[in-house]
Design a binder for this molecule. Structure first.
Ligand code: IPE
Ligand code: IPE
Ligand code: MG
Length: 253
C-alpha cells in the first residue's frame, strides 16, 4: 500500500492534474545578494526536478505557470532573460521529454512569445505529440481572465452567426471551449513562496481544486516538497458541495 492509497477506499488520493504557481525566484536571489535572473536559472532546475518527480509519482498532468499575461509588465531586460531561459529549457529538455514519453502542451497567448521561443516550442510539441505519458502543460503568457474572455467571445460569435443556440452555452460547453479541456480535471494548485493568491491562474479550472500554499521559494522546491504537497492533498476531503457523510457513503460503495 503506497503512501497515497487508502485500503478499501476508492477515494482518489493521488491527484490526476496538479498545477503549480512557481513563485519566489526573485526573493531567492535577493536573499543571496544575487541578480533576480540567477533565481530564475535555479528555478529552471526546480522545473526539471519536479517534472521528473511528477512523472515518476504517476501524475497524469502537470501545468506550470511559467509566465503570466501580467509578467509582460516587468522590466524589459528581465522579460528578455526569462524568454531566453525558456528557450534554453526547451532545447536542453528535449531529449528528456522525448525519451520519457512526456506530452507537451501550452495554454496562453503563444502569439505574443518571441519567435526564438516559438520555434523550439512548436518543434518539441510536434515531436512529442505521439507520446502518451504525463502531459506537461506550460502556461506561457497566460491569464485566466483572458482565457475566459476569449472563450466568451467565441461563443458570442457563434451565437450571432446562428451556429449555436444561447441555451447551448452551458457549463460543459464552456469548459470544453477552454484550452485546458484536453487535460484531466484540475485537482490541486500549489503555490510556493508564501503568497496566497491565484494571480490570474486557471480561474475557471480551479473552481473545485484543492489549494496548497508553502513558504518554500520555488528554487528550493523539489521532489520532497512535491511529495509533501501530495500527502496533504491525500488527507483532504473533497466534498463538492455535499456533506461529509455523503462523500463517505459514496467512497464506501
Ligand atoms: C516567479 O518568481 C517567476 C515568474 C513570475 C516568472 P518571481 O520572479 O515572481 O519571484 P519573486 O516573487 O519576485 O520573489
Ligand atoms: C505569478 O507570479 C506568475 C508566475 C508564477 C508565472 P507573480 O510573481 O507574477 O505574481 P504576483 O504579481 O506576485 O501576484
Ligand atoms: Mg513573484
Amino acid at each position: 500500500m503506497g503512501p497515497f492509497m487508502q485500503h478499501g477506499q476508492h477515494r482518489r488520493t493521488l491527484p490526476r492534474h496538479v498545477a503549480i504557481i512557481m513563485d519566489g525566484n526573485g526573493r531567492w536571489a535577493k536573499r543571496r545578494g544575487l541578480d533576480r535572473i540567477e533565481g530564475h536559472k535555479r528555478g529552471a532546475d526546480s522545473v526539471r526536478a519536479v517534472v521528473r518527480a511528477a512523472r515518476e509519482m504517476g501524475l497524469q498532468a502537470l501545468t506550470l505557470y511559467a509566465f503570466s499575461s501580467q509578467n509582460w509588465e516587468r522590466p524589459v531586460e528581465e522579460v528578455r532573460r526569462l524568454m531566453e531561459l525558456l528557450r534554453d529549457y526547451l532545447i536542453s529538455e528535449r531529449d528528456e521529454i522525448l525519451q520519457n514519453n512526456i506530452r507537451l502542451s501550452t495554454v496562453g497567448a503563444q502569439d505574443r512569445l518571441p519567435q526564438f521561443v516559438r520555434d523550439p516550442l512548436d518543434a518539441l510539441m510536434a515531436d512529442a505529440a505521439k507520446n502518451n505519458g504525463i502531459t506537461l502543460c506550460l502556461a506561457l503568457s497566460y491569464g485566466g481572465r483572458e482565457a475566459i474572455v476569449e472563450a466568451a467571445q467565441n461563443f458570442a460569435q457563434a451565437v450571432l452567426q446562428g451556429e449555436l443556440r444561447l441555451q447551448d452555452v452551458n457549463e460543459l460547453a464552456f469548459s470544453e471551449a477552454l484550452s485546458t479541456h484536453v487535460l484531466p480535471p484540475l485537482d490541486l494548485v500549489i503555490r510556493t513562496s508564501g503568497e496566497e493568491r491565484l494571480s490570474n491562474f486557471l480561474l475557471w479550472e480551479a473552481a473545485y481544486a484543492e489549494l496548497y500554499f508553502t513558504d518554500t521559494l520555488w528554487p528550493d522546491f523539489g521532489r520532497v516538497e512535491l511529495g509533501e504537497a501530495l500527502s496533504v492533498y491525500a488527507s483532504r476531503e473533497r466534498r463538492f458541495g455535499q456533506t461529509s457523510e455523503q462523500v463517505r457513503l459514496r467512497a464506501a460503495k
